[in-house]
Design a protein around this ligand. Structure first.
Ligand SMILES: Cc1cc2nc3c(=O)[nH]c(=O)nc-3n(C[C@H](O)[C@H](O)[C@H](O)COP(=O)(O)OP(=O)(O)OC[C@H]3O[C@@H](n4cnc5c(N)ncnc54)[C@H](O)[C@@H]3O)c2cc1C
Ligand SMILES: *[C@@H]1O[C@H](CO)[C@@H](O)[C@H](O)[C@H]1NC(C)=O
Ligand SMILES: *[C@@H]1O[C@H](CO)[C@@H](O)[C@H](O)[C@H]1NC(C)=O
Ligand SMILES: *[C@@H]1O[C@H](CO)[C@@H](O)[C@H](O)[C@H]1NC(C)=O
Length: 499
């Protein structure tokens, strides 16, 4: 309890600090943009075709505001309307109206893409929030999960059955985008990516027909595992479930004077720990130039075997919330909402080794970019380098899929995350994050890592990344599947990685 209170205090302190330092705006009233006005008649057409299970909302209605909202405020656009379909058939009908008028549109699951336009639009916004059911099928060992859910809700719904799925690691992340892009989970060392656990999709095809896609449908099943919104709108995922006991872990926070020690410990963890139930993420960050580290620890069991986490636990910490707990409590331990509402960008480098020398490069980037930002802007920013080690067998759990383009060679994602306040700084931060990722990739290559053409994870890559870098040799096949399923390129009217 004391620990929880303390963490809460730290979180509130950080939030106050972020709010003050970064000048987070209060609640925003979304006015419709002038470009969006022309699409209002299409919203009316949609109202005419949908059933009572669905609704269309307009600016100044609170459901509109919730509908278009994103984790990163830079991903929120004022659409003509926000449609909340309530049935898969209605999703099909909405797509038919969109197709007929060739209206720009967006599909939003959990709204966690930091890439503007990927799940936002000036046109017709589709919020999937009404697809919120979790149904556990004990006999099949699967769960049907609605495309409007966030992982937290799925985990808590499955908890009473003592089973779980392979999903997100922190609160608030959407099931849909996560699962359509790949899905690096706390359980990935044991069971692979989330796409490796998908048994089926309920999908509204671009022509409006609702269908179910399973492994028997070789092309679409291949394409949907990593191919995002290229093949239609998914309304339901059927995911494999696994037994779930209590877990061990949580969050530790360290001040800047410890970052070299954490860096060494993270590299050692990557190179020495082979227990697939153990995982960490270390997030090296600076807030207005001040460095620090947040470190997530996870063990898929009530107690980790002796020794695994000792090097980390022995480093003097600022705060620690680590215990034996339920899976949902472990997820809730990360305050991922702290920077939500700020503008944001992700980018990524794929590495073959979080070697000590590469960790040094990452720390150098953290410090030099951090101080550069402080010197350029009077107000600060939050920048973060999230080191995500996994064991080398993670790609062996599934069959060929859109992502990763090759399962022969393992890669580990580094996630860069920058957050800032003002739209006028967007270009600066977007350029800075690309430059920093490139510097790290070049350093990895220079130390002998074969990553010059290594696939980048689509859920971490910044908008504008060359499609070849995400899908590699799979691109021709994905394009031909796309041409078959969506000859009129209806899904091209929505943003995202487009085949
Ligand atoms: C705080 C945070 C933590 C994260 N942690 C992890 C992590 O641990 N592991 C990891 O792998 N990734 C992680 N991510 C990245 C995350 O996987 C992506 O942001 C993912 O796209 C989020 O899904 P969403 O539904 O919330 O996104 P959205 O922004 O709603 O959608 C993302 C994309 O998917 C498409 N899409 C959404 N719903 C549908 C649908 N029903 N049918 C067709 N297309 C659809 C959208 O059109 C869009 O192109 C994290 C992101 C954040 C911000
Ligand atoms: C990764 O780098 C470390 C040095 O930090 C080295 O000891 C180890 O052998 C490397 N591992 C691989 C698989 O290359
Ligand atoms: C610092 O910022 C400037 C732009 O203001 C940029 O040209 C330079 O490359 C940056 N340096 C680093 C180390 O990021
Ligand atoms: C929609 O597309 C699917 C797949 O291409 C096809 O099987 C189906 O017949 C089409 N439906 C209509 C109504 O054209």
């Amino acid at each position: 309890m004391a620990v929880t209170t303390r963490i809460l205090k730290v979180a509130l302190l950080a939030q106050a600090l972020l709010g003050t330092v970064l000048g987070v705006a209060g609640s925003v009233v979304h006015e419709r943009s002038t470009e969006s006005l022309q699409y209002v008649p299409i919203c009316k057409d949609i109202e005419d075709v949908i059933s009572d299970a669905s609704d269309v909302f307009y600016p100044l209605q609170s459901d509109y505001t919730t509908g278009i909202e994103h984790w990163a405020s830079s991903s929120t656009q004022s659409s003509a309307c926000s449609v909340e379909p309530g049935t898969a058939e209605d999703v099909g009908k909405i797509l038919q109206v969109i197709a007929k008028n060739r209206t720009p549109f967006a599909v939003k699951g959990g709204g966690h893409s930091p890439n503007r336009g990927f799940s936002s639009t000036d046109g017709v916004h589709i919020a999937m929030s009404r697809f919120g059911d979790v149904v556990y099928n004990a006999d099949a060992g699967t769960a049907d999960v609605g495309a409007g859910l966030v992982w937290d809700t799925v985990y808590s719904a499955l908890e009473e059955y003592n089973v779980n799925v392979v999903g997100g690691r922190v609160p608030g992340v959407g099931v849909a985008g996560f699962t359509l892009g790949g899905g690096y989970s706390w359980k990935t060392n044991q069971f692979g990516l989330t796409i490796d656990t998908v048994q089926g999709y309920e999908l509204a095809l671009p022509n409006g027909t609702v269908t179910t896609v399973t492994s028997g449908d070789e092309d679409l099943f291949f394409g949907l595992r990593g191919g995002f919104n290229n093949f239609g709108i998914v309304t339901k995922f059927t995911l494999k479930t696994f037994p779930q006991t209590e877990v061990w872990g949580g969050l530790m926070v360290f001040t800047g004077d410890q970052i070299e020690k954490i860096s060494t410990a993270a590299s050692n963890f990557h190179n020495k720990v082979t227990d697939p139930k153990a995982a960490i993420i270390s997030e090296f960050n600076t807030l207005t130039g001040l460095p620090g580290v947040t470190l997530n620890l996870f063990y898929d069991g009530p107690e980790p075997p002796a020794g695994i986490f000792d090097e980390i636990l022995d480093i003097p910490h600022f705060s620690k919330d680590v215990s034996t707990r339920s899976f949902t409590s472990l997820i809730a331990a990360t305050p991922s909402q702290l920077t939500s509402g700020l503008r944001g960008a992700f980018h990524t480098v794929s590495v073959t080794n979080y070697s000590e020398s590469l960790m040094d490069v990452i720390l150098d980037q953290l410090k030099s970019v951090g101080s550069n930002i402080t010197s350029v802007f009077a107000s600060g920013a939050f920048i973060s380098y999230d080191v995500e080690p996994f064991i080398p067998t993670i790609f062996t759990h599934g069959s060929n899929s859109a992502y990763p383009p090759s399962r022969e060679k393992v890669l580990f994602p580094l996630n860069l995350y920058y957050a800032w306040t003002f739209p006028t700084s967007d270009d600066y931060f977007q350029d800075a994050i690309k430059q920093s990722a490139q510097a790290i990739e070049e350093a990895a290559i220079a130390e002998g890592q074969d990553v010059s053409t290594a696939p980048l994870y689509g859920n971490y890559a910044i908008v504008g990344t060359d499609l070849e870098r995400i899908y590699g040799d799979n691109l021709p096949r994905l394009r031909s599947i796309k041409a078959q399923v969506d000859p009129d390129n209806i899904m091209g009217l929505a943003g995202g990685w487009k085949f």
